[in-house]
Write a protein that binds this ligand. Structure first.
Ligand code: ATP
Ligand code: MG
Length: 475
């Protein structure tokens, strides 16, 4: 016992020593009183060189408390910030220690990481930050139900609203963001006060006093109108062809007047189409704009945030009509290159890998197109889902930023590991053990992959979980 104690003591005095053959990765070993964890940021000091920063990617605990592991070198630092590129010269012996606040702040300031989303999980002494300018790539956000995706997404959206001029549209299937405009108590004070002055438009299908969520049939593309009518160009060849010819004269009309016009035309093709419209009860859909502004028209003015509350329509297709008309209009105006963050919560509803109805297919194809080509036009996606395997893989593979919350499904984690090869596997493997509100952020929008405990929301949540009511018991 006594001998062990002496050994530990002498090793502790040495701390952790690292070596690198290539100047890009390092391995280390030692015993120390300070805590090093998977993902910890460390300072690496080699005599007569600028201090370096690294991150631990592998960690093993050996006998007598000897810790060893390996990691990646992030860069060298002078008093101004990070000096890039990483010097590719290795070293034989360097002292490493948990990075201190000033080094972490230099990392953030030199990479433009401004969005304060919480603290690092292994040390709550340091803020964790995202790089706002890297939202000019697509972002994938996943975690199982209840892991806190929507809540944490709200934190990131608050920060974007607070610190950037990047407008956003939020496709919100569960009315989770309908209170985004209402500042929480805290938001009214301090550095968060400007949130109160952002223009947040919340469009809702059938809620008294709210701005209505509407689409305009007459301005939808021919292809999208056909999808609304559930006409497939190949399966319904004859009727689709009639529609193409008739479309010239009904194109500008709204569904309620179309039937009348079609019946008057008195041709078999127009009659069939009129019956189709009546059978689908299109004229009863509340989604049609009539005298109201359509969502796409409101969005064209680029409010800071536009929330589309997609639940609450009487017919399931109505929400798809809104989404399709909005995405179509954004795509049609893409050459203006006006940036917009398109946030899609529960994205598996809108871009599932299943075939689906013509309307679902049209929405998915448009999202695939934006994922593949939208980036250069300023159309940037932020997609959130519980099940990555249910999403079209062509969409996920276009994402450069990853936020991963608790996820226990091994097959989903395997899928993420192969799509997001830049994330250390050891970090992904922590995900089943995450608590609610803990997330792994990786990719371009962080200076280094980070395990983060997200902060509390400033704005009010729309749809927090319903609690089980308990009874008062006699004591
Ligand atoms: N960091 C947090 N702090 C406090 N409460 C939280 C936090 N994260 C989540 N919650 C609460 O936990 C509940 C579930 O969170 P949330 O709705 O964000 O989960 P989710 O991952 O979006 O689930 P789903 O996939 O079912 O939509 C909500 O009531 C939310 O208020
Ligand atoms: Mg959610």
């Amino acid at each position: 016992m006594a001998a062990d104690h002496v050994d530990d003591h002498s090793l502790a005095a040495d701390g952790f020593m690292a070596a690198s053959v290539d100047g890009r990765s390092f391995s280390f070993q030692g015993v120390g009183r300070e805590r090093l964890d998977l993902g910890s940021l460390v300072s690496i000091d080699v005599p007569d060189r600028l201090p370096m920063m690294g991150q631990i990617h592998q960690l093993r605990m050996g006998e007598s408390g000897v810790m060893s592991g390996s990691g990646r070198i992030i860069g060298s630092f002078n008093s101004e910030g990070m000096v890039t590129p990483v010097p590719a010269a290795g070293f034989r012996e360097a002292r490493i220690a948990a990075a201190d606040r000033s080094l972490v702040e230099l990392l953030h300031s030199s990479s433009g990481a401004l969005l304060e989303i919480g603290t690092f999980t292994n040390t709550d002494r340091f803020d964790a930050r995202l790089i706002p300018k890297k939202f000019n790539r697509h972002t994938f956000w996943c975690g199982q139900s209840g892991s806190g995706k929507t809540y944490a997404l709200g934190v990131v959206l608050e920060e974007i609203l607070l610190r950037t001029r990047l407008p956003m549209v939020i496709l919100d299937p569960n009315a989770d963001f309908v209170l985004l405009g209402e500042s929480a108590d805290k938001a009214a004070a301090g550095s968060a006060a400007p949130l109160g002055s952002r223009s947040v438009r919340v469009l809702r299908p059938n809620v008294e006093g709210a701005e209505p969520l509407r689409a305009r049939f007459s301005t939808m593309s021919t292809r999208s109108q056909a999808a609304v009518l559930r006409l497939d160009p190949l399966i319904d060849r004859a009727e689709y062809n009639d529609f193409l010819h008739i479309e010239n004269f009904i194109g500008g009309a709204e569904p309620e007047s179309i039937v009348e016009q079609l019946r008057r035309a008195q041709s078999p093709g127009s009659d069939a189409l009129a019956s189709r419209i009546e059978n689908l009860r299109l004229a009863e859909w509340r989604v049609w704009a009539r005298h109201d502004a359509a969502a796409s028209e409101i969005l064209a003015g680029r409010p800071d945030a536009t929330v589309l509350d997609l639940g609450g329509f009487d017919f399931a297709e109505e929400s798809l009509v809104v989404v399709l008309s909005v995405l179509d209009s954004l795509w049609a105006a893409r050459d203006a290159r006006e940036p917009l963050l398109i946030v899609i919560d529960e994205a598996h509803n809108l871009c599932s890998s299943e075939p689906g109805s013509p309307l679902q297919r049209a929405v998915r194809e448009r999202i695939v197109q934006i994922a593949a080509e939208g980036r250069k036009f300023g159309l940037w996606l932020l997609l959130s889902t519980q099940r990555p395997s249910k999403l079209d893989p062509d969409i996920i593979s276009q994402c450069d930023n990853l936020a991963l919350m608790k996820m226990s499904s091994p097959s989903d984690l395997d899928g993420l590991a192969s799509t997001f090869g830049f994330v250390p596997r050891t970090f992904l493997e922590l995900s089943p053990f995450f608590r609610q509100g803990e997330a792994l952020f990786a990719g371009g929008f962080v200076p280094a992959p980070g395990l983060v405990t997200v902060r509390t929301r400033l704005t009010r949540e729309g749809g927090s979980d319903v609690r089980v009511p308990l009874r008062e018991m006699p004591t």
